[in-house]
Design a protein. Structure first.
Length: 390
């Protein structure tokens, strides 16, 4: 024979006959596992990732009917709306789903309009407050609401009406808004609210008025971001008074300023009132050497945020290193410090300072990690960067 291997090989057996059992399809994965696979295939929730999330879920809908049903559930579970047309489409779909007893939206992110004239020729129109009210009335299972306005003049928000329309919220993010009626006349009522974010507010008086009139018995996380640099002592005292009211039960607190120089500094009484604080987020240039010794809380995580305008400031860790060397009580339980990433082009001095910080933290059993920076001067990215810390 030409091929000796063929001569030594036994003849191939006849093809097996397929019986009815072999023709049955393999059993499907449990629904919980399929849901988890879908969730892991999606990018993190953000205003900037909803298009990518939509495209991924659309592809999953093409697998089969079961995958399509689960993908549609996920699509409606977390919703981002940036235009009037999208809002109207979602309202129509939600009304039909509610009539059929399907779909439960858990989180909603909304971009509100620039009330000035849109660019000439632009067809994009942002969602309006009337649409927001319609949506909230249709979403009884809503747990997280983020409303953002990008341009001046600030849209107005009625906190009392918002509370009535979304009574089950656990997480509320308000960015770049004015409040009308005033919070004292129409207060924020959140029986289930655990995290409150007030971002790009005008000054301490505005936040003081919101918190002073609010009823938030379960609040554990407070994130504050200030956009203006002007404040007077009376406004700061009013803010400190309400922070003292909440300080003894806050487990996470964030304070940041868009401007390079902080508009004000909180008094020692406020910092010492945070007795159960576990997570603290501050600007990179905050007076840590003053703040940390005042904390008696069992702090486990400290985060320093990069500047909003990075070209205006250089990140320094001198105050942080001094605080660690002095070993204030709150650092006894600290397990992680999150810092801005190193610049692409660093001087030898900055590299040495970062290396020194890493060595110091390692000797104390503290993990140092870097968090990627958001785009410079990007207001929405600045907001979402604060939220991602929790």
């Amino acid at each position: 024979m030409d091929n000796p291997l063929e001569a030594r090989s036994p003849p191939s057996p006849p093809p097996a006959q397929l019986d009815d059992e072999a023709l049955r399809p393999l059993p499907s994965l449990p629904t919980e596992i399929m849901q988890r696979i879908i969730q892991l295939s999606l990018p993190r929730l953000s205003f900037k990732t909803f298009r990518e999330r939509f495209n991924t879920l659309l592809n999953l809908c093409r697998v089969n009917k079961l995958w399509a049903a689960l993908a549609q559930e996920e699509l409606y579970r977390h919703v981002g709306i940036g235009s009037k047309a999208t809002a109207e489409s979602f309202i129509t779909a939600t009304r039909a789903a509610n009539d059929a007893g399907r779909r439960q939206t858990r989180s909603l992110r909304l971009l509100l309009p620039d009330l000035d004239a849109f660019e000439e020729g632009s067809t994009l129109q942002r969602a309006e407050m009337q649409q927001v009210e319609t949506l909230l009335a249709m979403l009884p299972m809503l747990r997280m609401l983020c409303v953002v306005a990008e341009e001046q003049p600030h849209p107005v928000l009625d906190l009392g009406a918002l509370s009535a329309l979304a009574p089950n919220l656990e997480d509320l993010i308000i960015d770049y808004f004015d409040f009308d009626p005033s919070p004292s006349q129409s207060p924020l009522l959140g029986a289930h609210l655990r995290r409150l974010t007030l971002s790009f507010v005008r000054g301490p008086a505005e936040i003081a008025s919101v918190l002073a009139s609010a009823d938030l018995p379960l609040l554990q996380t407070l994130i504050l971001s200030f956009s203006h640099g002007d404040s007077n002592p009376g406004e700061v005292e009013a803010l400190e008074a309400v922070l003292l009211r909440y300080g003894t039960r806050l487990k996470a607190f964030a304070l940041s300023f868009v401007n390079l120089q902080p508009a004000f500094e909180l008094s020692s009484n406020v910092w010492s009132s945070f007795t159960v604080l576990r997570t603290l987020t501050l600007d990179h240039n905050s007076p840590l050497d003053i703040i940390l010794p005042l904390l008696s809380a069992p702090l486990t995580r400290l985060r320093l945020r990069p500047p909003f305008h990075p070209q205006e400031s250089t990140v320094s860790f001198d105050k942080l290193q001094d605080s660690i060397r002095n070993s204030p009580a709150c650092l006894g339980t600290l397990s992680q410090i999150v810092i801005p990433p190193a610049e692409l082009e660093q001087t030898e001095g900055r590299q040495a300072a970062r290396h020194s910080l890493n060595e110091l933290c390692q000797s104390r059993g503290i993990e140092v990690s870097e968090r990627p920076c958001y785009e410079p001067s990007d207001c929405i990215a600045f907001l979402e960067d604060a939220l991602d810390a929790w």
